[in-house]
Design a protein around this ligand. Sequence first.
Ligand code: DX5
Ligand code: ZN
Length: 218
Amino acid sequence: MVKIAPSILSADFARLGDEVKRLHDGGADIIHIDIMDGHFVPNITIGPMVVEAIRSVTDLPFDVHLMMDNPMDYISAYIEAGANGITVHGEVLPHLHRAVNYIKSFGVKAAVALNPSTPLNILDYVLDDIDMVLIMTVNPGFGGQKFIPVMMEKIRRLADIRNKSGLDFPIQVDGGIGLDNINEVVKAGADIIVAGSAVFKSDDVGAVIRALKEEALK
Ligand code: DX5
Ligand code: ZN
């Protein structure tokens, strides 16, 4: 079953609690929270205090995507704030195996994200340990960008690796996904769909989430 993880990056930050509630009521499966540090990506977004503030609004899982140069320094703070899963970028971690196991030592899910130009093979020796792989389908930093078409092939290749290895980690995809391409992305092998602008551009986020799920299953 495909899961929809709306990204609050495209929410109205002046009423963030209400926006999270709207996602909860609208049938979101997961809340995707994009953390940007102004170094790894040009933008700066959400600190642990803000995550803690919205934790009381919903019991949905908080999926915290750390787009940071120094994620090791902040993992515990985001977990204390209420993260149920932490995603780190493989590009910034020479000791990726250690990072993944460090996240898991807190009893939360550990995922690794790859930028569009990062090869899949950096995952070769951690695939057994990770709980999810995040394929970035845009260059991280901003919501509302266009899906990079060649990422379809990258998702297919990862799904093929998963098949052949007998592992069953979910593949999450993030960036430029909406009603026009969710079906193809899911057919390529994606299980968890992050969607920011596609969800928040509508007043009825529940209708968009339902439409995305329907389109995914066609
Ligand atoms: C991009 C973020 C995404 C982004 C997705 O750096 O990681 O989660 O918010 O937004 P859309 O769906 O608008 O591309
Ligand atoms: Zn993200």
